[in-house]
Design a protein around this ligand. Structure first.
Ligand code: SF4
Length: 405
């Protein structure tokens, strides 16, 4: 018998089998309760994506229906190759798919060949104004430039950069930022409004279009959500270039996470955004973790487990909060997107725990352990975390083995 609704274990199987996307859903492999597999179409609730052109950032496709990628930016001194490579490795381990480094001067540019060699994902060089740094970065082998053509200066300098990009098939990200908008636009619009951001972007785009180089993506970042949303929505109605989305200077990890989730979530649910960067005043590894959580919450990507836990209330009869935190910490490394539910009582607990791949529903100092809709055991509270973790690891092993991994 098929599960009544798509379970996360099903999606795990999908990701391993390589399903086929459809317009409103995807074909996936159901694993039924006897362990055999059935192909079926799952209707997803994922937002319909606005179609953009596709470009390649190294081996990573951006736009044109490719998965929305998570990127981040190193905050090490780019000249310090070992520190920067260590941070890149940490970012990649957390799921970063494209990494950017600042290239403020020739010394930083001189570090790029070593960084490109040591970086397992595409590396983006972030350059302001100096076309020579852009040329140096391209010679070093970066996969993308973040540079605004209107800020490079004389047209021949822009043409030289574009020629070098064309030769290596390297795209350019136009990065418009509310904090560094052209003076003329600030005077015209009175402040860095959404319309001013869009006008700036269109100016930079025009320069590349005049040079017949449409290998570009665009970001329009303001530090507040409403302005950022308005800017992206306006631009998306006018061009079909891939959009790199983000709320710039969003704040510290706590506040910035909320701001980014609201802003990026709204854009993604509008179908906008081809790649994202969460900007936090903190460890960039957190940016990657938050970026993935946003994509998972929007139903656009799957990576690792999905945790469901209740907020607790006066009905809760087990010490749920530390239990949920322990389970989340110990299962964070799961490869498959298993759904793990940790619930406090018999009101909503059994329902959620049954729907999840694995779940606990608390009772008075005890809990019921569920696996794929069935009660496995009734356990004292002290044994719940170990039992749930062990079952989750076992289920993942079985699913991977069933797929030949
Ligand atoms: Fe309260 Fe039970 Fe709901 Fe948790 S599952 S919030 S304990 S009613």
């Amino acid at each position: 018998m098929l599960s009544p609704r798509p379970r996360m274990s099903t999606q795990a199987a999908f990701s391993l089998c390589g399903g086929q996307k459809t317009v409103n859903g995807f074909f996936a492999t159901y694993i039924n309760k006897k362990g055999s597999q059935t192909m079926a179409t799952i209707e997803t609730c994922s937002p319909r994506r606005q179609r953009t052109r596709q470009l390649q950032v190294g081996a990573v496709a951006v736009g044109g229906g490719a998965p929305v990628t998570v990127q981040s930016m190193c905050n090490t001194d780019t000249r310090d190759v070992s520190a920067t490579l260590a941070q890149i490795a940490a970012l990649v381990a957390a799921g970063c798919e494209i990494v950017r480094v600042a290239v403020p001067d020739a010394e930083a540019a001189a570090a790029l060949p070593a960084l490109v060699r040591g970086c397992s994902v595409p590396l983006v060089a972030d350059i302001h104004f100096d076309y020579r740094l852009a040329l140096q970065a391209l010679t070093a082998g970066v996969a993308c430039l973040r540079i605004n053509p209107g800020n490079i200066g004389a047209r021949w300098k822009v043409a030289e950069v574009v020629a070098a990009c064309r030769e290596r098939a390297v795209p350019i990200r136009i990065g418009v930022n509310g904090g560094s908008l052209e003076k003329s636009l600030l005077e015209k619009h009175g402040h860095a409004s959404a319309a001013a951001l869009v006008e700036s972007a269109l100016g930079h785009i025009r320069i590349l279009e005049d040079l017949d180089y449409p290998q570009l993506k665009v970001s329009l970042k303001a530090s507040d959500v409403p302005r950022t949303l308005a800017a992206y929505r306006q631009l998306a109605g006018q061009v079909d270039y891939p959009l790199h989305i983000g709320i710039t200077e969003a704040g510290t990890t706590w506040a910035g996470t909320i701001k980014s989730a609201v802003g990026l979530g709204a854009l993604l649910c509008d179908g906008l955004g081809d790649t994202l960067r969460v900007s936090l005043t903190g460890d960039p590894v957190e940016e990657v973790r938050v970026g993935w959580q946003i994509l998972k919450a929007a139903g656009l990507r799957q990576r690792g487990p999905v945790f469901v836990s209740c907020p607790t209330c006066g009905r809760c009869q087990i010490d749920l909060i530390p239990l949920a935190e322990e389970v989340e910490r110990r299962l964070a490394g799961l490869r498959l997107p298993l759904t793990i539910a940790v619930m406090g009582c018999v009101v909503n607990g059994p329902g959620e725990a049954r729907e999840a791949d694995l779940g606990i529903a608390g009772g008075r100092d005890v809990g019921l352990l569920f696996r794929q809709g069935q009660v496995l055991r009734r356990l004292p509270q002290a044994q719940l975390a170990d039992a749930l973790v062990a079952e989750a690891l076992a289920l993942e092993r079985e699913l991977l083995a069933a797929q030949g991994h």
